[in-house]
Design a protein around this ligand. Structure first.
Ligand code: PLP
Length: 454
């Protein structure tokens, strides 16, 4: 089982010295399986932290990595271009579609979020509007663990743990439609209320100070694959146009085919974000990589007024990163993985709904494509949450791992938002593997229920 972030309860420790192992040792991966030194074969039911979109041991990607490493792994982006950089940028912008003209590559999701914040701020300064710097985000949400990204993340416990955060980044509620706060009774009513609160926040903060609004179109660990309602997305887009706010979709988890389209944004054509942030599936774990994809009207303003975007790291846009990600995108397209994701996503949904119908503690099944989650509750009729101390989702995931399926889980602090198990296998998963995942989850949930006397 893979622990969540700061609230998950499984703390990511510094490594212990040799010969004091605590976690299973992985020897290799193949397809959707990981093999351990004690002879176990584990189905990776959450693609690591929902990153290994194309699966392990893909020879085409491994060859691309070898070839580029032999040519040159590195050529400083400040002085050079390589065909690998240009090829990836062209492929990525074309897969994102019209209006996404320029890509900037960094080493992961949090760094890409930081890069996005700086890009927007740089744009505001270039336009002569330096007072426009606030980014509205949602509660709950997750945008990364570096301080800037954490500041826009909607996670009160992490803010307390690492505060003070970057000054005043306003938060508005995420339309968490599984648990609708009173007096609202339907998802539509509550979504409308969330939009109302977004507009009220823009107005009270001063529209002239608001630079961007960021959201995950389908949530990750923070909300357990919560899908943004259609009318909400459309309403967000309209508000951003109305107040000249840049709409950013954090597609770190959802991008690169995870929901069955290249971007999750492609499911909401009338809510097209101005900027998208990606990572994870873009390089499928074969190399660290994140990207910000932006329109010309942002990037060119910065170039015209300031001579270029003054941002970067040592590992910005290395040819090795780019060649590997380029091969990942080729595999995604040539092997029809988004099509498989749509088909297998339907299978997974019906499998998990069947598990829900035969168990007592699966309160909700939600998600899109192969980004799904099951929310674990004490009582599925009342939606009452388990106390955090029961660690229900962890216990179920531990039982699943003993049966051969590794799953990524989240237990929010003090049960504030709930607990869930992410079910998001690599996009190459087959129907029989989905059946196996469903059986393992069902047996594990039932064993937990027995332990709890349910
Ligand atoms: N944004 C979202 C939606 C994520 O799910 C994550 C990671 O889980 C991040 C940002 C941060 O990405 P990384 O862990 O690569 O820094």
């Amino acid at each position: 089982m893979i622990g969540g972030n700061t609230q998950g309860g499984s703390i990511h420790e510094f490594y212990l010295p040799k010969n004091t192992p605590r976690l299973p040792t992985v020897t290799h991966g193949e397809g959707i399986y990981l093999y351990t030194s004690d002879g176990r074969k584990l189905l990776d039911g959450s693609s690591g932290p929902i990153a290994i979109n194309v699966g392990y041991g893909n020879n085409r990607i491994i060859s691309a990595l070898h070839d580029q490493a032999a040519k040159t792994p590195f050529a400083s982006y400040r002085s050079f271009e390589t065909s690998a950089n240009v090829e990836l940028s062209d492929k990525l912008c074309s897969l994102c579609g019209p209006g996404y003209d320029r890509a900037f590559f960094v080493s992961g999701g949090s760094e890409a979020i930081e890069c996005c914040i700086k890009l927007l701020r740089n744009w505001a300064v270039a336009k002569g509007e330096p007072k426009r710097w606030k980014i509205i985000s949602r509660m709950p949400s997750y945008h990364g663990s570096t301080l800037g990204a954490l500041s826009i993340t909607g996670d009160p416990v992490a803010h307390e743990m690492y505060g003070p955060m970057m000054a005043s980044q306003p938060k508005v509620p995420t339309p968490f439609t599984y648990r609708i706060p009173s007096p609202f009774t339907t998802p539509a009513e509550y979504s409308a209320e969330c939009l109302r609160q977004l507009e009220a926040t823009i107005v009270s903060e001063g529209p002239e100070t608001i630079l961007g609004f960021i959201m995950e179109p389908v949530g990750g660990l923070a909300t357990g694959a919560l899908v943004a309602p259609d009318a909400y997305c459309k309403g967000v887009r309209e508000l951003c146009y109305k107040y000249k706010i840049i709409l950013v979709f954090d597609e770190v988890m959802t991008g690169a085919g995870r929901t069955g389209k290249f971007l999750a944004a492609h499911w909401w054509p009338d809510a097209k974000p101005d900027v998208v942030v990606m990572a994870k599936g873009l390089s499928s774990g074969y190399i660290p990589l994140g990207a910000v994809v932006a329109p010309n009207w942002i990037v060119q303003t910065i170039t015209d007024k300031m001579g270029g975007f003054n941002h970067g790291h040592t590992y910005t846009s290395t040819p090795l990163q780019c060649a590997v990600a380029s091969a990942c995108l080729d595999v995604l397209i040539d092997d029809g993985l988004m099509e498989n994701c749509c088909r297998m996503g339907d299978e997974l949904l019906s499998t998990l709904l069947a598990v829900q119908s035969r168990t007592k503690t699966v309160g909700d099944v939600r998600g899109k494509g192969l980004l799904m989650a099951v929310e674990i509750v004490k009582d599925s009729d009342t939606k009452e949450m388990w106390d955090m101390g029961v660690r229900a989702a962890y216990r179920i995931a531990t039982k699943a791992e003993a049966r051969g399926v590794v799953l990524y889980v989240r237990v929010t602090a003090n049960g504030a938002f709930g607990q869930w198990i992410m079910v998001a296998p690599p996009l190459i998963v087959t129907k029989s593997e989905i059946e196996f995942i469903g059986n393992v989850i069902e047996e594990s949930v039932k064993e937990f229920e027995l332990e709890m006397g349910l």
